[in-house]
Design a protein around this ligand. Sequence first.
Ligand SMILES: NC(=[NH2+])NCCC[C@H](N)C(=O)O
Ligand SMILES: [Mn+2]
Ligand SMILES: [Mn+2]
Length: 306
Amino acid sequence: MNREVRIIGAPSDYGANRRGVDMGPSAIRYAGLADELERTGLTCTDAGDLTVPRAEERDPEEVQPTAGSAKFLKETREVCTALADEIAETITSGSFPLVLGGDHSIAIGSLNGSGRDEDVGAIWFDAHGDFNTPETSPSGNVHGMPLAAALGYGAFGDEPWASGNRVSESNVVLVGLRSLDEREKEDIRDSDMTAFTMSDIDERGTSEVVEEALDIATAGVDQIHVSFDMDWLEPNEAPGVGTPVRGGATYREAHTALEAVAERDDAEDVLRSLEFVEVNPVLDERNKTAELAVELAASALGKRVL
Ligand SMILES: NC(=[NH2+])NCCC[C@H](N)C(=O)O
Ligand SMILES: [Mn+2]
Ligand SMILES: [Mn+2]
């Protein structure tokens, strides 16, 4: 990474069913993000946190799980619009946006900001597909919907964020899936995205899968957004997440994956923006998950063992 890194906190928990993920950005900063990036040889500035509507004012009705809806859409729109603007400005100014979530709903803003002026691809490291729509979601939680939202599926087709970006669907690659809802499976299969499951990683190995993901994500576009959900990892490595799923990536696989991203970026300048989401300090063990996010951010941005 040869650009100045600009840290942007997006402390929203409106897309998740468990509170606490709004404290993710502080936990990651507290775990030493800026120092670690500087030790890696990067210059970085911290833009602070975006303003998020006050949780105290949330509608208690919307806190209940409701299939076939999208909870806190107004608040999510507000956060994502601000985030998209911040990312687009950061890129225009020649810096590199490193976004700290917050739950994964903030990625609607990240994809919009990253894909505002240019066709972009995306790699999505996640246990989940995050491809539900308000119609298909079993939970109503928008953190299970950001890819469908940014690409304008279902009721999201009417949202300004669907037409407001140039994310190219055939350049979107999901990596390491292991928990999908039934309708979501069908919709991923029917989409133009590419999906690699945890079984693909078991059979072929992390390096090969991530190299292929990078080839697909960058085919015909210059740059990509990388979205990293901490629940991609095995829960014992990353206990501080709201929706843990067994059978995740190991500590070493996670570093391997992000080192591959960094190497490709070194050679071809492919990284346009990067985010780490779903760190929930309330559920964490002594900030372990935030500390891991710091390590992984450094790997993605060029830290090497030797
Ligand atoms: N970003 C996440 N952790 N997403 C979890 C989504 C879980 C489930 N598929 C849902 O729609 O509710
Ligand atoms: Mn996710
Ligand atoms: Mn997830």
